[in-house]
Design a protein around this ligand. Structure first.
Ligand code: PLP
Length: 351
């Protein structure tokens, strides 16, 4: 793939304090961009980070025909930037594209674009352990027409944002029993903006009540657990780690996949199945719920300190005692930092 590179004349790098980079606050100097027309991708370029020109009537803006991914590039002791299992993100992106009637981005093209932008922005990758360059591949429908039909033209871009270690504080969750994020057959498995817009109200209501996020339950019974906010959920019940089976309404988290693979490899008992809130309450009341945590790209692990369901409040042990989630966190962090050997070949160097 031939990528035309136009470098910025005015780098923002000198203005960044790498000791203070809140997640997603700053974007780097450049972005990769390409366009889709006449059923093929073309015009591959890297340009200074800038606004897009979108027609007010574009299908991305009117009908939310748009998708994205979130992933991290990290730099270990050898100085070579690496991506962790980018195949999982590329696969999920193309599943999102398929669901939203958008064209696929071929894996070789996608990976070349990820490598090209990460290599160019190497100086934007924070070096401190646990920090990363966050990459946001995005596709938007650019055709201007009012008909509710798939666009014939698209723009794909990848922008990047440096991120310092994201230590999530123990999270307080409340189950949501009125609003829903997704139902099987809907778009919950796709990473598309509408799912996030639709989740805002429940999050805001939870925050007003003093919680960090909601646990989504499947309608109409509001018993089956889906996920929480922007993370997949894991529970440790007795000697078994349990996580909800993908139901068509849950995002297939990449971190969830890393965790399942590591747990199986370490012969820790794992069950991927339907989980109901009543079962969690029962395990808690019997003293068998030893850990609950969320998984996601931003924090890797979010310890859950409290789950409220109606008038039942379950308080969980301190994060330091959470053996399984701490082990998983250290595996992923150590792998990225280069302190744990990459025996599984999960890391993909960008050059
Ligand atoms: C709704 C939702 N669920 C789960 C996740 C976790 O996915 P991942 O581990 O790929 O970051 C995310 C993160 O983007 C999310 O937005």
């Amino acid at each position: 793939m031939d990528i035309k590179i136009t470098k910025t004349k005015n780098s923002k790098l000198k203005d960044i304090d790498f000791n203070n980079i809140p997640f997603g606050k700053y974007t780097s100097d450049h972005m990769f961009i390409m366009d889709y027309a006449n059923e093929k991708w073309g015009d591959f370029r890297i340009i200074p980070y800038q606004s897009l020109q979108l027609d007010p009537q574009s299908k991305a803006l009117q009908y939310c025909q748009c998708i994205f991914e979130g992933m991290k590039a990290t730099i270990g002791a050898d100085g070579i930037p690496k991506l962790l299992r980018p195949d999982l993100n590329m696969e999920r992106f193309n599943l999102s594209a398929e669901r939203m009637c958008m064209p696929a981005v071929p894996a070789d093209l996608f990976l070349s674009a990820l490598k090209a932008i990460t290599s160019l922005e190497i100086n934007w990758i924070p070096k401190a352990e646990g920090s990363a360059l966050y990459l946001r591949p995005t596709m938007v429908a650019t055709e201007s027409s009012l008909g509710v039909t798939p666009s014939s033209t698209y723009t794909f871009y990848i922008y990047t944002a440096p991120a310092q270690p994201y230590f999530s504080t123990p999270t307080k969750l409340i189950t949501e029993q009125t609003l829903i994020r997704a139902v099987p057959g809907g778009t919950g498995e796709a990473k598309t903006g509408g799912n996030y817009a639709g989740s805002l109200k429940a999050s805001e209501l939870a925050k007003q009540k003093g919680f960090d996020q909601v646990i989504w339950l499947e309608s109409p019974k509001f018993k089956k657990i889906q996920e929480a906010g922007m993370m997949n959920l894991f529970f440790v019940i007795g000697d078994t780690v349990v996580t909800p089976a993908l139901s068509g309404a849950i995002l297939k988290g990449t971190t969830r996949t890393y965790f399942l693979d590591i747990l199986k490899e370490k012969n820790i008992k794992v069950e991927v199945r339907d989980i109901y809130i009543d079962e969690i309450i029962e395990a808690y009341q019997q003293g068998n719920l030893t850990e609950a945590f969320g998984s996601g790209t931003a924090a890797v692990v979010s310890h859950i300190s409290e789950i409220t369901h109606g008038d039942i409040c379950m308080k969980l042990a301190n994060a330091e005692k959470a053996e399984i989630s701490n082990m998983l966190y250290q595996e992923i962090n150590g792998l990225r930092a280069g302190t744990i050997e990459d025996k599984r070949n999960w890391l993909v160097p960008v050059f």
